[in-house]
Write a new protein. Structure first.
Length: 287
């Protein structure tokens, strides 16, 4: 059964580790993440962007697929199904469809409007035991056509949003989605420390997990980050493994064109990336 992200993140914050959110794109992706979580005995959050939601034929399709896998694959570790960077309407749809967690990304609204909409969604979600992530300070880079500037959040605004009763808070601290540029300034730990000081027990979320050096990840966890989102890195390892298979001409040998064979190296590559991240985040054996 899907669970809200609340309990797993409260435990992570107290235990000084982070739970990974891995974005999913299709059946292979979902199965790879779930099986790895089970093998690592780790809690996990499956992230679905609105674009990925459309691609996978809608939120209800995804809920059906994930719930089916939890049963058929005997997944017993805590799993949350989470809308990533949701709009107000998207978040409502996911709550209806059976997601156990939603992010409302109101970071592009003026703070008053972000607060109003976040409040409404919290009351709808709370009634159903669904966790809510809010965002202050847009995360830079490009994701599904949404482009942010890598802002650094205002700690006072973070406190204002945290006080509304959100489950977890994403705050921009110079992190961006996708690959980091050569001249990236790194995470802003002074701001992260200030946010943690003002928001106390609130689990903090680090977006843009791809390509952040291990020491920075560990430092961020020590300063209150309890959820780390990873998307691009699984896509890169899937693509590299698939390219290798094709370039080696394996699709032309025997039944190598069978999708179950063609997609197998990419599937294994996602599993390896997810395992590596769970080890780095410290969530192994924390189910
Ligand atoms: P990356 O694609 O950089 O790993 O970021 C993922 C993310 O933050 C999803 O919200």
């Amino acid at each position: 059964m899907l669970v809200s992200a609340k309990e797993m993140l409260t435990k992570a914050k107290a235990g000084k580790y982070a739970v990974g959110q891995f974005n999913i794109n299709n059946l292979e992706w979902t199965k790879a993440v779930l099986l790895t979580a089970q093998e690592c005995n780790s809690p996990v959050i499956l992230g679905v962007s609105e674009g990925a939601g459309k691609y996978m034929a809608g939120y209800k399709t995804i809920v059906g697929m994930v719930n089916g896998m939890l049963q058929e694959l005997n997944i017993t570790v805590p799993v949350a199904l989470h809308l990533d960077h949701g709009s107000y309407e998207g978040a409502k749809k996911c709550i209806e469809a059976g997601f156990s967690s939603v992010m409302f990304d109101g970071s592009h609204y003026p703070i008053e409007e972000n607060i109003e909409k976040t409040k409404e969604l919290i009351s709808i979600a709370n009634a159903k035991g669904i966790s809510v992530e809010a965002e202050v300070g847009a995360i830079g880079g490009e994701e599904d056509g949404v482009i942010g500037n890598g802002e650094v959040a205002d700690p006072q605004e973070c406190k204002q949003i945290a006080d509304l009763g959100v489950t977890m808070l994403a705050a921009g601290i110079g992190n961006i989605h996708g690959k980091y540029p050569e001249n990236w300034a790194g995470l802003n730990f002074d701001v992260l420390a200030k946010i943690q000081e003002l928001t106390g027990e609130m689990p903090l979320v680090l977006h843009g997990g791809t390509g952040i050096p291990a020491e920075m990840i560990q430092k961020a966890i020590s300063l209150g980050v309890s959820k780390i989102n990873v998307n691009t890195e699984c896509q890169l390892s899937f693509a590299a493994a698939t390219r290798q298979y094709i370039e080696a001409g394996k699709d032309l040998q025997g039944k190598g064109f069978d999708p179950r064979k063609l997609l197998a190296p990419g599937f294994e590559a996602i599993k390896a990336t997810v395992k590596e991240k769970m080890e780095l985040f410290g969530s192994v054996n924390k189910a």
